[in-house]
Design a protein around this ligand. Structure first.
Ligand SMILES: Cc1ncc(COP(=O)(O)O)c(C=O)c1O
Length: 384
């Protein structure tokens, strides 16, 4: 793909920002000492690491000692779920999550089910949102963990995590983990007080940082089972030499994401609405899965009786990159679990397309995209 490619798959991954790449290069070239070493180079490197940690902690309103650098959203989610469940068995063994989580959560809780934990899944309505009444009814005294994603990666539904947190904390001693991989840098998300989330996962490559970078952050020190044993780095919770350049790059990407969030959100909402208006002109040939209450950077829709791959290929021939509902399930032939949970009409299940905006997308890209979309829909659905 070339310089004119319009990339609308930013929820799968983003292009790193120049400032982020530069910070990574400088740290690699000049501050490559091991942050655990006691010599001057180690001390310098450790100072950079601590600064990166403090920056992320400030953004999330927690203390630096509660921020763990990881290899990405998958590791953060796995670590949160296994760590919080296995170290709280004295309180109970009930776990709650939703049916539209990312596979890194669903596969983790499935593993815990095999180990004897009692896992229940909250349903979502046709807009992809859980019911707080169902949550209230399902949280029990022996619930030890609730894991919920903030913004769904396939269609952008936003879960009411702050209201959910209140219910969870009122009715149980459960820890509340939020997968904020798709919301961090797009919506406000941070620790608040005792009523907010206890633990948040973030991924670097969704915010114009690097693949293989992430954060798992806690509101306060929690009872925890380390999972990577060794030299005791990252407060003994994740052994292994810490990747300082990656940590610095992630903290830079996080700071820029938060600073530019409001301006980008306005643009994303405008583009989202413009494209929806255009799609609605196709009447019942198009079904829009995303809702105006959802996250603005994700817009999912489906074309009646068309396979997603056909639309993707037709757009790609015209230099436009989009994805099927999720990058993780795009190579699978079966309908995604999220699409199944939304109870979509059979005619729309195979053709779900996801557009996702990012910092490099321009107004001109969207104008061009809308032209190309019309061309493609006329070509594939000629009778329109
Ligand atoms: C909601 C959500 N959680 C977790 C992940 C996994 O993140 P990573 O790719 O950094 O492992 C993704 C990636 O698509 C995601 O969308």
């Amino acid at each position: 793909m070339g310089v004119n490619t319009i990339y609308l798959d930013n929820s799968a991954t983003t292009k790193p920002l120049k400032e982020v790449m530069q910070a990574f290069m400088v740290v690699n070239e000049q501050y490559y000492g091991n942050p655990a070493s006691i010599h001057a180079m180690g001390v310098e490197s450790n100072e950079l690491l601590m600064r990166a940690r403090e920056q992320v902690a400030d953004i999330l309103h927690t203390e630096a000692k509660n921020v763990l650098f990881t290899s990405g959203g998958t590791e953060s989610n796995n670590t949160a779920i296994f760590g919080l469940a296995r170290s709280n068995t004295h309180k109970g063994n009930h776990i709650l999550t939703t049916e539209i989580e990312h596979p890194s959560v669903l596969e983790s809780v499935k593993q815990l089910e095999l180990e004897g934990f009692d896992v229940e899944y909250l349903q979502v309505d046709k807009n992809g949102v859980i019911s707080l009444e169902e949550l209230r009814a399902k949280v029990r005294k022996d619930t030890i963990l609730v894991s919920m994603l903030h913004v769904n990666n396939e269609m952008g539904a936003i879960q009411p995590i702050f209201e959910a947190a209140k219910i969870i904390h009122e009715s149980s001693r459960a820890a509340f983990h939020v997968d904020a991989v798709q919301s961090f840098g797009k919506l406000p998300i941070s620790f608040t007080d005792d009523e907010g989330p206890d633990c948040i996962s973030i991924s670097g490559h969704k915010i114009h940082g690097f693949k293989g970078t992430g954060v798992l952050a806690f509101r306060k020190k929690m009872k925890w089972q380390p999972y990577a044993l060794g030299g005791g780095q990252e407060f003994g919770l994740r052994s292994g030499t810490v990747a300082v350049p990656q940590a610095v790059a992630l903290s830079k990407a996080a700071r820029i994401a938060v600073e530019t969030m409001n301006d980008r959100a306005k643009k994303y909402r405008q583009w989202n609405e413009e494209i929806c208006t255009q799609l609605r002109r196709y009447g019942d040939v198009v079904h829009i899965l995303s809702t105006p209450q959802g996250a603005a950077h994700i817009l999912s829709f489906s074309i009646r009786d068309l396979k997603g791959e056909i639309i993707i290929n037709a757009l790609q021939k015209r230099d436009v990159i989009v994805s099927t509902s999720s990058a993780c399930s795009s190579k699978q032939t079966k309908t995604s679990h999220v699409v199944e949970a939304l109870n979509l009409d059979e005619h729309f299940k195979k053709g779900v397309i996801r557009l996702s905006f990012g910092a490099y997308v321009t107004d001109e890209d969207i104008v061009k995209f809308k032209q190309v979309l019309d061309e493609v829909l006329m070509e594939l659905k000629g009778e329109l």
